[in-house]
Ligand binder design. Sequence first.
Ligand code: PGA
Length: 241
Amino acid sequence: MKIYKTENYDKMSEKVASLLAAQIISKPDSVLGLATGSTPEGTYDCLVDWYDRGLLDFSEVKTVNLDEYKGLAPEDHNSYRYFMDQHLFDRVNIDKNNTYVPDGLADDPQKLCDDYEKLIDGLGGMDVQLLGMGHNGHIGFNEPGGEFPMACHCVSLAPRTVEANKKYFASEDVMPKQAYSMGIGTIMKAKKIFLVVSGEEKAETLGKVLHGPVTPEIPASILKFHPDVTLIADAAALSKS
Ligand code: PGA
C-alpha cells in the first residue's frame, strides 16, 4: 500500500483530487467509483475548481457510487444521489446519464443489487475506486461482521454508523437504518483504490487497518490484499500508525 501523509484535511483533499485528475486526464473515459460523506467533500470542491479553470473535462467520465440509503428518493436532501449532484455532478460537464447511484426506492431490493453488480461489470469495472472509511473501519456500507460480503447487497447499518451519520437528519428516528452497498468483492474488483481518511477519531481504527490482521471485524483491513491501493490520510488520522 502506498501512503501519502498530508498536514491537514485541505492538503489531503488536494492530493486526492490531483490523483483523480491525473486519472481523468490520462483516461478521459475513466469509470470512477465514487464515495459520499464528509471526507470527499473537499476533494470534489478541488475538482470543480479545476474544471472551472478549464483544466478538467468530465464529458466522457462514467461514475458508479458505493452506496445509497434504502427508502430515500433521489431528490431527498439526505440521499447520496442528491449529495453527488450537489457536490460534483451539477457543477461539472459530466453526462448525468453516465452517473450511477443505487436507487433507494427500488421495489425489489435483490434485483436492484443484482442489476447494480451487472452494471458495474458491464462498464468494465472501476478504473479507480474512491473510499472513505467509517469510524468502525467500514468501507461503503460494509459493516464489521463475520464475513466479507462479496456483491452488492442490502445492509443494516451498525450503531456506530447511525451515530456518525444521524447529524445529517432531522432526528435519528427518520434516518434510514438500512442501505444498499457495493460488496467488498465489488470494491476489490476495482483496478485501483484510493482510501481517504481524515481526523484523529479514526486514528485508532486506521492503525488497526495498517498494522493488524485482515479481518471482517475491520472491513478496510481487506485492502491489504488489493494490489494497487493508495492511502491518502492527514497527520491526525495517521497519529496512531
Ligand atoms: P465520513 O464517512 O467521510 O462522513 O466520515 C466515511 C464513511 O462512512 O465511509
